[in-house]
Design a protein around this ligand. Structure first.
Ligand code: IFM
Length: 481
């Protein structure tokens, strides 16, 4: 199978995020983000690392763009670091920060690769967190101001925008379990962060529409298909709760203009939402988008009962030091995540390619015909570099192949899937796991920062017809870049 089995115009890409790859955290006027601060907190990151250097993409972006060209990518999804563009989250643009992204985007265009820019992939300026972060409504207005600066600065060369990446993670890993920056444990109040994030999406979208009317814009959600472990009413209720917190709390307001009442009730937040969420908020949040981005990795099987009764999930960065943290599912602490016999990646995430189709159906039911993109999908495995420098990753290659197949199945079923972005282009800083988890289809040696396409990257290049699939022609092989 190769890309010719897919409709013409289907977009093939890879994805990354600023803090995970850029490094250069103190260059070009950038100020600290919540991840700079959080990663310095003892015990917060599995290997005690930070994103200070990461892949040094800030200095090596041309090499990385050459790699993308070698892979044969149509598009590249990356994120802008808010603290590069508006370092303390207020006021005018930081020209040096904007210029970095312009150089990156120019390089992409030179190679015929379409830039897809995400405005927020979790690196809130620390100055805004100091004022309350996403628990404050004002942060949504600050985001709109930043979005305006980004679109004014890059709108002539970027025409695909994603407002937020995975607001579930920002709200619940950031403000409930505290596994992610800013590492706060606010219980059900974290749902207020979810509303302010979605409001930020709505206000940011409005800025994109006004400043770049021809641009294509959407939001990316991480969706899970959720299954009850048995046919019991208790397990069905557990599934309702987790589906509510993971999917419906985000999908419903964006696609249908209303928060799911049962979820607000589970959270004990009905009164706060009634008092603080206006009709104007909901109108902004549900303003038409041009596409929905879906990040898909796994599915959940859940049961009623104390989590300790069941095999634990490692979904929320559950490494030993932080296993005692509160739940990332506030109000649903009595729900257990149950392991099945399905194979798992190194993250402990079960592999269920069929569930990719399920989550696309979930979106399509609410917004028939809305174009859908898989904006992330990938797997972590322990990679071994052979003595000849090559990296054979048969499990990641198979994961990729199975999920590309699932995309084909989604299209056969009539779902409006229009593209697929593999996570990730290169190994990178995997948040609370630091550098201990590798998702790249290109290996990075963190000592030398050398990039080496893995077997999975070569498979993708062959599938796409990229030069790396025909080694003699590759830009890297010929020293170009
Ligand atoms: O690395 C992350 C990414 O930043 C957001 N989606 C999930 C990926 C793998 O955990």
């Amino acid at each position: 199978m190769d890309r010719t089995a897919f409709p013409p115009g289907f977009v093939w890409g890879t994805a990354t995020a600023s803090y995970q790859i850029e490094g250069a955290t103190a260059e070009g006027g950038r100020l600290p983000s919540i991840w700079d601060a959080f990663s310095r907190r003892p015990g917060a990151i599995a290997d005690g690392s930070t994103g200070d250097v990461a892949d040094d993409h800030f200095h090596r972006f041309r090499e990385d763009v050459a790699l993308m060209a070698d892979l044969g990518l149509d598009a590249y999804r990356f994120s802008l670091a808010w603290p590069r563009i508006q370092p303390d989250g207020r006021g005018g643009v930081n020209r040096a920060g904007l210029d970095f992204y312009r150089r990156l985007v120019d390089a992409l265009h030179e190679h015929g690769i379409t830039p897809w820019a995400t405005l927020y992939h979790w690196d809130l300026p620390q100055a805004l967190e100091d004022e309350g972060g996403w628990l404050e409504r004002d942060t949504a207005s600050r985001f709109a101001e930043y979005a305006a600066l980004a679109v004014d600065g890059l709108g002539d060369v970027v025409s695909h925008w994603i407002t937020l990446n995975e607001p579930w993670c920002s709200a619940f890993l950031g403000y409930a379990s505290g596994h992610h920056a800013p590492g706060r444990q606010e219980g059900s109040r974290s749902a207020r962060a979810a509303h302010h994030l979605l409001l930020a999406h709505g206000l940011g979208l409005d800025e994109i529409r006004r400043r770049s009317p021809a641009a294509t814009a959407g939001i990316t959600l991480n969706l899970y298909s959720v299954h009850a472990a048995s046919g019991s009413a208790e397990d069905a209720d557990a599934a309702r709760r987790i589906d509510g917190l993971s999917n419906r709390l985000f999908l419903d307001p964006v696609l249908t203009g209303a928060y799911p009442e049962d979820v607000l009730d589970d959270l004990g937040e009905t009164a706060w939402f009634a008092d603080n969420v206006s009709g104007r908020d909901l109108a902004a949040i549900s303003a038409p988008i041009d596409f929905l981005g879906v990040n898909f990795y796994s599915r959940h099987t859940v049961a009623a009962g104390a989590p300790a009764d069941h095999a634990p999930t490692t979904d929320a960065a559950g490494f030993e030091a932080r296993q005692a943290a509160p739940s990332a599912y506030p109000g649903s602490e009595s729900v257990a995540f149950v392991g099945t016999d399905a194979p798992r990646t190194q993250m402990g995430w079960e592999i269920h390619p069929d569930a990719l189709v399920d989550v696309l159906e979930m979106a399509a039911e609410r917004a028939p015909g809305l174009p859908l993109y898989i904006t992330e999908n990938g797997s972590a495995y322990e990679d071994v570099v052979a003595s000849d420098g090559s990296v054979d990753d048969p499990e990641r290659t198979e994961y990729l192949r199975l999920h590309v197949d699932a995309c084909g199945e989604a299209i056969r079923r009539g779902l409006p899937l229009r593209g697929y972005f593999a996570w990730s282009l290169i190994d990178n800083f995997e948040w609370a796991w630091g550098y201990t988890r590798r998702f790249g289809i290109v290996h990075v040696d963190y000592e030398t920062l050398q990039r080496t396409p893995k077997q999975s990257g070569r498979w993708f290049a062959r599938f796409l017809g990229g030069p790396l699939g025909r080694p003699a022609e590759s830009a890297l092989a010929s020293g170009r870049g």
